[in-house]
Ligand binder design. Sequence first.
Ligand code: ADP
Length: 400
Amino acid sequence: MNILVINAGSSSLKYQLLNPETGDLLAKGLCERIGIDGKFTYKPQLAGKETLDAIDVAMPTHSEAIQAVLDALVDAKNGVIGSMKEIDAVGHRVVHGGEKFASSVLITDEVMAAIEECNPLAPLHNPANIIGIKACQALMPGTPMVAVFDTAFHQTMPPKAYMYALPYAYYENDKVRRYGFHGTSHKYVSGRAAAMLGKKPEELKLVSCHLGNGSSIAAVDGGKSVDTSMGFTPLAGLPMGTRAGDLDAGILQYLMNKYGMNIDEMLNILNKKSGVEGLSCVSSDFRDLENAANSGDEKAKLAEEKFAYEVKKYVGAYAAAMGGVDAIIFTAGVGENDKGIRAMVCEGLEYMGVKLDAEANKGRGKELVISAADSKVKVLLIPTNEELMIAQDTAAIVKG
Ligand code: ADP
């Protein structure tokens, strides 16, 4: 079985063709500058097939982008499948499913209408996801399409976790609540954690730390998300590459009044100029922070410490929320690669049974237990694979 996974943005589109049963990747790539000058990248994973790297392909709309993907996949010379019939289904990443979607769904007209109703909750992302779905439907009539939502995994949170202490009417009338994001990643790594530990998901209390350019933490109790650090939008929770994370809302009023900023200018600062980049005055990239900190840059060191401190506080908070924790998972760009941040997070958690193995913690890029053999709480390094999760969900739905 082959599943085409599509992650459509407003001017870009990432794709992978993979086998959900074996996890084998046949090809991946991306279309960039859609609606501008069109750049197409295609990376077949089969021996003897040639990569195309950011070549010019006219892509006035997402339709031409998806057509370029399909043409490349079935190309006589460098393609990886014989015909489009070998694509059994398409899995689409959709950022926001609101309260309507607690799991992945087969896309029907009603589902499309319901996704469109979620557009106001993710105005920068959902409309682009919908354009990608429509373009695929037009080019691949008869191929089943499935929507996989970033928010769905967190729909199991109880009201005490997802409600804000605002006037209740803002929830009832305006759907203002915590939704959480990165759900596909948290679901994937928590499933892998259970497999690594030889346990059923129902038996485990996990803290899943997705630490990348955007970062979030989820408390996963018995296989279900019961709390997560991102909120109504992905701006909440941890400090991130350039996002501030949680802060006192009173700061907005103070700075806006003082500098005559409007709300868009303020949010631009909170989304794009804050986080570890804002704090360090160096970079949003943790590799740059580490280099700078090693050369004695105090602000870079502070940014690393602040980030690790906030992650640690969430680990403690979620252990309290779940009444214990069996394993802490590190995933995504920083979580998978940055041994220094992992060590800083775990340091001082010995009292709750966390004991990192310094040697094992040097590992990266593969599934590893990085805690000591006698650590009561296991610490796991698990590379995330959102595309595989999307493909597996899609396959499960298509097979019924
Ligand atoms: P995104 O949220 O964009 O999907 P990723 O999960 O790919 O982000 O994470 C990207 C981030 O991972 C980079 O900005 C960088 O900070 C961090 N990163 C990647 N490789 C390393 C590394 N070897 N050491 C430390 N940090 C790394």
